[in-house]
Design a protein around this ligand. Structure first.
Ligand code: NAD
Ligand code: GLY
Length: 367
């Protein structure tokens, strides 16, 4: 596919009847008043951001929203996965209440997945629900976390364990914000882009293999295509299974192992995308151990993840510790861990595995 034709502003629709919304993808969207024209005006707006992204982009968003909203407030949260917790969430409620914000207030999540997940959860809870808009500024958030309405904070015993399904009013992916993203964060976002290949679209996987250098170099057209195709696939999944009754679980490919790495090492040691990248290698090995795919596919997935600059060997936490951590995964049923595996190239499903099979995988994939 020629990605050069994909660099202009585009819309992907999340089709959820009255909870449906558009994802806008383009450059310079933040400053363009037209971006915000569909939102209810004359209300309060609260920009929820963090101490890194706020100084870069909050003033621009504030100026654009100022034309439409009665008052525009900002709250800056501490930066990092380690702060995705109750006390940081409370800072959002403190800010809303101190300004006497009413139930028409619109929250704007300006930042990566951590800000987006927390602002979304705050919006779901404040006065039993106020509208919110996702303005994702990391690649990971633009291709995954801002879309689909999963909101949460972490618990010391498990990742994203406290949260709600709550859909935003719209998602605005301004690709220009990616220019300030540290390279390590860009690479972490590529993990969630790569994810869509083995679970849903091997033609997209081929395209990523062929365009990896352009993506790593932040070629505008390549990034635009990666964001758009990722959002299309996510829209297709979420449109069929909003609350993860079945199909949506495939979006967690690599996440069962990955979440264990994140919480096992302590939140923030490995980036979420790094843990997912390594977790996908483990999940591919498990798919092979279950007799679903051949070694060539496992090698191909591993090779792309490695070429992207993501870890393919996990920390040696020990099989017992991995199993303990994975038993609190949200897909577990009655203590039985269930894994997203590749059932065939471009198709995934959820299967149980024995502790011995998991142990084999960990022996091959940790050091
Ligand atoms: P993040 O939110 O921590 O952002 C990464 C870092 O980049 C932070 O330091 C941030 O301040 C900085 N940053 C953000 N945008 C920037 C920019 N434009 N320029 C410079 N710096 C910038 O991490 P993330 O990878 O975006 O998100 C990870 C989180 O998303 C995890 O908590 C994960 O659980 C969650 N997640 C949620 C879903 C979902 O469906 N809700 C899906 C995937 C991941
Ligand atoms: N990132 C997994 C999901 O949205 O379901």
């Amino acid at each position: 596919m020629d990605a050069s034709s994909q660099a202009v502003a585009q819309t992907v629709r999340i089709d959820l009847d009255e909870r449906g919304y558009d994802i806008l993808i383009g450059r310079g969207l933040l400053d363009d008043p037209a971006t915000w024209a569909a939102l209810p005006g004359r209300a309060d707006a609260l920009i929820v951001t963090n101490t890194t992204v706020g100084p870069l982009y909050a003033a621009r968003l504030r100026a654009a929203l100022g034309e439409r909203f009665a008052r525009v407030h900002t709250v800056e949260l501490p930066d990092g996965e380690a702060h995705k917790d109750w006390s940081t969430l409370n800072l959002i409620f403190d800010s809303l209440l101190a300004r006497a914000c009413d139930r028409k207030t619109v929250l704007f999540a300006l930042g990566g997945g951590v800000v987006g997940d927390m602002a979304g959860f705050a919006a779901a809870c404040y006065m039993r629900g106020v509208p919110f808009v996702q303005v994702p500024t990391t690649l990971l958030a633009q291709v995954d976390s801002s879309v689909g309405g999963k909101t949460a904070i972490n618990h010391p015993l498990g990742k994203n364990m406290i949260g709600a399904f709550y859909q935003p009013q719209q998602v605005v992916c301004d690709l220009e914000t990616l220019t300030t993203l540290p390279q390590r964060e860009l690479i972490a976002g590529l993990a969630e882009v790569i994810k869509y290949g083995p679970i849903a679209d091997m033609a997209f996987f081929d395209w990523i293999e062929a365009n990896l250098a352009a993506l790593l170099a932040r070629d505008a057209a390549a990034l635009a295509h990666a964001v758009r195709r990722s959002c299309e696939i996510k829209a297709w999944v979420v449109g069929q299974d909003e609350r993860e009754g079945g199909l949506r679980a495939i979006l967690n490919f690599g996440h069962t192992f990955g979440h264990a790495i994140e919480s096992g090492l302590g939140y923030g040691q490995w980036l979420h995308g790094e843990a997912v990248g390594c977790g996908m290698v483990m999940a591919a090995h498990l798919s092979r151990a279950l007799g679903l795919v051949d070694a060539a596919l496992v090698d191909r997935v591993t090779r792309l993840i490695e070429r992207a600059g993501l870890p393919v060997i996990g920390p040696a936490l020990g099989t017992a510790r991995y199993l303990e951590l994975m038993r609190v995964d949200k897909k577990a049923e009655a203590g039985q861990i269930r894994f997203v595996v590749i059932e065939a190239p471009g198709r995934a499903g959820v299967r149980p595995a024995t502790d011995a099979q998991v142990g084999e995988v960990l022996a091959a994939c940790t050091r």
